[in-house]
Design a protein around this ligand. Sequence first.
Ligand code: SF4
Ligand code: SF4
Length: 88
Amino acid sequence: MALMITDECINCDVCEPECPNDAISMGPEIYIIDPNKCTECVGHYDTPQCRQVCPVDCIPLHPDHVETQDQLMSKYYRLTGKQPKVIS
Ligand code: SF4
Ligand code: SF4
């Protein structure tokens, strides 16, 4: 599931540089997350980095972008160009 930023965002700028997928950018009024780029940090970190730093806790899961762990991992591979490890 991608995450989303709600209108409680205070534009503090701290989440944008923490995103390993460059999924966060400034929108018309507040920061926004591109659901095509957000992997919930799967592949990079154990926990969503943006949520870790947000001072007002305004980054919930996006209800319209429900994805399994496998789908998030596939997105990570697509975004990074890395290949899944083959266990022989
Ligand atoms: Fe970026 Fe991770 Fe936040 Fe998604 S959860 S927007 S990938 S920092
Ligand atoms: Fe908005 Fe939270 Fe990001 Fe700050 S950390 S810009 S409040 S979403």
